[in-house]
Write a protein that binds this ligand. Structure first.
Ligand SMILES: Cc1cc2nc3c(=O)[nH]c(=O)nc-3n(C[C@H](O)[C@H](O)[C@H](O)COP(=O)(O)O)c2cc1C
Length: 353
C-alpha cells in the first residue's frame, strides 16, 4: 500500500505514500542555504520518499525562530535558493516543497545546541503575536499585532511563497502548527483579541485562511499547496477536534491540496504523549472521516512500515510525513521497504543479493 501512487492535483502525483517531513537545521548563512543544506538535503532527496519538504523557512527576519533559520524574503536569498533547487533537481526530480513559517512569540530563540529552547538575551528582537502573552515563564512578552502588522504578515507569506515558486519549488506548505504565529492566532490558549482576528472560531481562523487564499490565488496552477495544522492543543479549552475539522474544511475550500495533521506545542508543556507509535493516527482518522476530497496525512513515530501499510489500507491516512528515521538512516526505505528505491549507483550495495 505504501508504494501506491496518489494524485495531488491535475499536475502532480506522489509516487508513494512517504514524504520527508520538514526538519529545521539552524544552519543558514543570513537566511540562505549553507553547504550543510546541500549535504543534508542530497541525502534526503535520495531517500526513496516521494516528496521532500524543506525545513521551516522564515517569511521575515522577525519571523525566524533563531538567527540561523533559513529565510526567503530578499533577492539574495532567492538566488541562493535557486542554486539549491537546481542542485537537488539535478540529483533526483521529485516534488520539492518549502515549509514557510513565522515564529511569532516563539522567535528570538537560541539555536538548540547552544542554549536549548531559551530566548536570546543578547541581540534579541521584539517578537509579535496575536496577544501580549508569553510562551512560557521566563519568555519575553510579545507585542500584540496591529491590523497593519497583520497585513504585513499576510504580505510576507505571499512574498515568500511567490519567491519559492519562482525558484522552482513544486509546492509550499504553510506552517500552522507547533505553537508558531498562525497557531497563536488559531488557539484560544494564546489568542485573546477582541477584533475580527480573535474570539470566535471563525475569527481565529481568519489569518490562516487569508494567507492560504492569497497564496493560492497568486500561485501557478501546475504547483500545489499544503498546510501543517494542529489537530489538538492537548489542553483544556485549547483547540479541539471540532475546531480542527472546521479549519480543515475551510482550508480545503480555499484550495489547499494536502494537510499534515500535527498537534501540541502552543505552550511548552501539554498532555501530548509523543512516545507512543503512531500517536496521531486516531486523531487523523477522525479528521479524515469528516473532511473529504483533500489528501490528509500525519506525522509522528510512523516508522513501523507494516503498521503504516495497514493504516493506509484502512484509510486512516493518505500520506505519512516521516522525519527522524531518515536522519538516523537515509537508506531506511531501501532497507525496509524496497531495494529498488536505491539509486542505480548503489545497485551493487542494495540491489544485488
Ligand atoms: C531535527 C528536527 C527538526 C524539525 N523541524 C521541523 C520543522 O522545521 N517544521 C515542522 O513542521 N516540524 C519539524 N520537526 C518535526 C518533524 O517534521 C516531524 O513531524 C516529527 O519529528 C515527528 O515525525 P518523526 O517521528 O517521523 O520524526 C522537526 C523534527 C526534528 C527531529
Amino acid at each position: 500500500m505504501i508504494e501506491k501512487k496518489i494524485k495531488l492535483n491535475n499536475y502532480n502525483i506522489l509516487s508513494n505514500r512517504i514524504v520527508v517531513s520538514p526538519m529545521c537545521q539552524y544552519s543558514s548563512i543570513d537566511g540562505s542555504p549553507s553547504n550543510w543544506h546541500y549535504k543534508h538535503l542530497a541525502n534526503l532527496i535520495l531517500s526513496g520518499a516521494s516528496m521532500l519538504i524543506i525545513e521551516s523557512t522564515a517569511v521575515s527576519n522577525i519571523g525566524r525562530i533563531t538567527k540561523k533559520d533559513l529565510s526567503l524574503h530578499n533577492n539574495l536569498q532567492e538566488r541562493n535558493f535557486k542554486k539549491l533547487i537546481n542542485f537537488l533537481k539535478s540529483i533526483k526530480n521529485i516534488p520539492i516543497c518549502l515549509q514557510i513559517s513565522h515564529s511569532g512569540r516563539k522567535g528570538s530563540c537560541n539555536v538548540p545546541w547552544e542554549k536549548s529552547g531559551l530566548p536570546l538575551k543578547k541581540n534579541s528582537w521584539k517578537t509579535i503575536s496575536s496577544s501580549e502573552i508569553a510562551k512560557d515563564l521566563n519568555w519575553p512578552k510579545p507585542k500584540t499585532a496591529s491590523t497593519k502588522d497583520i497585513n504585513k504578515i499576510i504580505y510576507d507569506f505571499k512574498n515568500t511563497a511567490t519567491r519559492a515558486f519562482r525558484v522552482g519549488f513544486d509546492a509550499v506548505e504553510i506552517h500552522m502548527a507547533h505553537g508558531y504565529l498562525i497557531h497563536q492566532f488559531l488557539s484560544p490558549i494564546s489568542n485573546f483579541r477582541k477584533d475580527e482576528y480573535g474570539g470566535s472560531l471563525e475569527n481565529r481562523c481568519r489569518l490562516a485562511l487569508k494567507i492560504s487564499k492569497i497564496i493560492k490565488k497568486n500561485m501557478p496552477k501546475n504547483k500545489f499547496l499544503g498546510a501543517r495544522i494542529t489537530g489538538l492543543d492537548h489542553l483544556l479549552n485549547g483547540i479541539n477536534l471540532n475546531e480542527s475539522v472546521y479549519l480543515a474544511k475551510k482550508l480545503k475550500s480555499s484550495g489547499v491540496n494536502y494537510l499534515c495533521i500535527s498537534s501540541g506545542g502552543i505552550i511548552t508543556k501539554t498532555r501530548l504523549n509523543n512516545k507512543k507509535k503512531n500517536f496521531r493516527i486516531k486523531l487523523t482518522e477522525k479528521i479524515k472521516d469528516k473532511v473529504k476530497n483533500i489528501l490528509i496525512g500525519t506525522t509522528g513515530n510512523l516508522d513501523n512500515l507494516q503498521l503504516l501499510s495497514k493504516n493506509l489500507r484502512l484509510k486512516k491516512l493518505d500520506i505519512a510525513f516521516i522525519g527522524r528515521p531518515f536522519l538516523k538512516n537515509p537508506h531506511f526505505l531501501y532497507e525496509n521497504l524496497d531495494k529498488k528505491l536505491a539509486p542505480k549507483q548503489y545497485e551493487r550495495v542494495f540491489r544485488e543479493k
